[in-house]
Every structure is written in C-alpha cells, then in structure tokens.
Design a protein around this ligand. Structure first.
Ligand SMILES: *[C@@H]1O[C@H](CO)[C@@H](O)[C@H](O)[C@H]1NC(C)=O
Length: 382
C-alpha cells in the first residue's frame, strides 16, 4: 500500500514549481482540456474555459459536476429531518443557506442508487465543530459503512471538508449525524469521475478513419452525418470477432459505465441496432472481474451499465460483438483511481493524512510517517 506523503499544500507548491519551470516547454492543451498530458476535460459553468494547468473554473462548475477541478459527478439527492420534513437548505447548492435549527440527524436519499466515494460538506463560517458521521444503509442494513469526519476528512478551505466514504454497493440512503450537522450548509455526493478519458485504446480493426481513441475523446455531440461521425466515433471492419479495448494507465475502481451509441436518424437501414447484445467485461490483472451482456430489446442512444457492487482494481475494459461491425461513440467509465489508504483525488494526490488545523489536526505525522518532506501539523506546509 502506498503511503500518503504529501499534503494538499505540498501539492500546490509542486504544481507551482512545475508550472513555472515547464510551462514554456510544454505545448498548451486545446481549449476545454487541462492536465500534464491534457487528459482532463473542463467542466466549467456557462461557456467558461478552465485554467489549462489546474482545471479551475472562474465561473464555477457546470451543472452536475463538482469537486477538484469540477471533475466529479455530483449525485442528486433529497434530505429529510427526523420528522420526515424535507430539508432544502442542504440540497439547494447554496453555501449561504445553512442549518438554523437543531436537527441532529438528517436522512439523505439518492435519486438513483449509486456507488459513492466521498462527500463534500460546507459548514458555516463560524463553525468550530465539524464532527460528522455518515451511516450508509447498504442492502437495507444500516451501520455497515460508517464514515467519520475525524478519520477520513480533508480540509479544502476553512468552510469546506471532503469526507472519504467508499461504499461497496450502490447507496440508496444514508444518515448524517454528529454535532457538526448544526453548522452544516451544503452537501455534495461524489459518484466518481470519468476515468476513461484519453486512456489507451485498441480495436480489432479500423474501418476507414474511425479510430479506437474516438470513444474516449470526450465528445458527446454525435452528428447525423458519417463524415463527422468518423472523427468522433469508432468503427471496426466486419470482423468475425469485433472488439474494442480500453487500458487504464493506473488501476481503477469502477462504479458504472455509460456507452454512447451511434445514431443515424436519416438512415433507416443503419446503424444503431449494430450495438445490440454487446458484451462488456472489466478485466483485472489476471482475470475477468465483471461481465455484462446487453439485453435491451430496442437500441438505446446511451446504455447505462450499473454493476451491483464496486469493481475493484480494474486494469482494462473490453466491449465485444460477435461477427459484426462494432461502433462506439463514447465510453464513459465512472469511478476512481484505486488509491492507497489515506489518499484520494484526481491522481490520488490528495492526502487525508496531511490534514491540519482545527479539529482535523492530529494525525499528520502519524499516517504520513516521519520523513522530512512531510507537512507541518500547524499549517500544512512542507
Ligand atoms: C483518431 O481520429 C481523430 C479524429 O479524426 C484524430 O484527431 C486522431 O488524431 C486520430 N488518432 C489516431 C491515433 O489516429
């Protein structure tokens, strides 16, 4: 298990040094992309483009996205107090509307059961106590997964904390309790990020220019026009055994798949039915970890494949068809990198162990070890 060595503050420092020394050498990313190899897609609100280095958005995140560089899918939910009344200040995405009552337990219900990885809470300016527990009901049983802000939170700023809370199964409901609920203003629930983008791909053969990387190019706008489609969808030749494969640069935990089909409303004879009955597998280093055969009776524009448990340590994803053409317009894989203990974030670079200040201070040296390049407990500096 890799240890968590850097705190958030260290990472910012490294990013700063890196950007000043390398920015002149590296070609900048295309608009709408960022990261060291332009592997992340911007998700800013409006037509805002993000910072090409760290992905930050001056306009805030696009609807449905949140978290570091707006890369995480924000899951929709409802919240209720212990008398069953709806709690709107928690769901209104307004960090200025907060709890003004004395509700000590809140029930949170996700609109769609989802495997989750972490939640973000925003508390009042004056909050001194952010102690919050999450109690996830899994398979109808409460208490199997309990997450505590003390052991698994990272401070983002003085009002914002991320609490890592990995569920094994799709979560329908959890409760929030602890004294911190009194200062609570907002809650955001992460359903993972698209870990497939710009990863390595291959297919059994390539028809014309419809190459395999077009399924991980982040382009969801699929025009009803073959010339344009050839630049954003994949297409094999008519193989005896047509397949497309995605290989992750690092193992990932997978929560769900979204597979975008080709659509040609102007052609009756073709082409969306070609994907019917596709076979998807998730592969570990040694064996098949997950197997799904499509059973939809009508071709769908987008297929949602939701495994019943988290698929851990996935190395590759393969989609195959028997004797046929195989065309995919986009494959999104929602999940997280399989980070070591005490780590989370886009590249596992965020360190729970590096927490500091206020009530989150205690464990900096404990979990990070005693190397000299660790963060200071007082202010997180290295
Ligand atoms: C695949 O096709 C896209 C769109 O035409 C193109 O931009 C890209 O360079 C191609 N990639 C490869 C590896 O050929």
């Amino acid at each position: 298990m890799r240890r968590c060595v850097f705190s958030l503050a260290c990472i910012f420092l490294i990013l700063k040094v890196e950007s000043s020394s390398l920015s002149s050498a590296r070609t900048p990313c295309e608009d709408g992309w960022f990261g060291s190899s332009c592997q992340y897609q911007c998700h800013c609100a409006g037509s805002g483009t993000c910072d090409k280095h760290d992905g930050s958005c001056s306009s805030g995140c696009q609807q449905g996205w949140f978290g570091p560089a707006c890369q995480y899918a924000s899951m929709a939910f409802m919240a209720y107090d212990n008398q069953g009344r709806e709690v709107r200040w928690l769901t209104d995405k307004n960090d200025a509307s907060c709890n003004n009552g004395w509700r000590s337990t809140l029930k949170v219900t996700l609109r769609t059961p989802t495997i989750i990885s972490w939640v973000r809470i925003v508390v009042k300016d004056s909050a001194k106590d952010i102690r919050i527990y999450l109690n996830i009901k899994q398979k109808g049983v409460e208490g199997e997964t309990k997450c505590d802000s003390k052991d698994s939170a990272a401070m983002v700023d003085t009002r914002t904390y991320d609490i890592v809370c990995n569920s094994h199964d799709p979560v329908k409901e959890f409760s929030l309790f602890g004294t911190g609920v009194w200062s609570l203003c907002s809650l955001y629930i992460s359903g993972g990020r698209n870990v497939a983008l710009k990863q390595k791909t291959k297919q059994s053969s390539t028809y014309n220019t419809w190459n395999s990387s077009n399924a991980v190019d982040g382009k969801l706008d699929i025009p009803d026009n073959e010339i344009s489609q050839a630049a954003t969808c994949t297409h094999t030749k008519k193989d005896n055994y047509a397949w497309w494969r995605l290989t992750f640069s690092q193992p990932v935990d997978v929560f769900k798949f979204h597979i975008y089909n080709r659509r040609n409303p102007s052609r009756k004879d073709c082409c969306e039915q070609r994907l019917e009955g596709f076979h998807l597998t998730a592969l570990g280093s040694q064996r098949v970890l997950y197997d799904h055969i499509d059973e939809e009776t009508e071709p769908a524009n987008m297929y949602k494949v939701r495994p019943s448990t988290r698929i851990k340590d996935v190395h590759a994803v393969k989609i195959k068809k028997g004797s046929s053409y195989l065309t995919l317009c986009e494959v999104k894989v929602f999940g997280e990198l399989s980070c070591g203990d005490g780590q989370y974030g886009l590249g596992c670079e965020q360190c729970l162990a590096g927490r500091y200040g206020r009530r989150l201070a205690e464990t900096c040296s404990e979990t990070c070890g005693r190397d000299e390049n660790l963060c200071e407990q007082t202010d997180g500096a290295c």
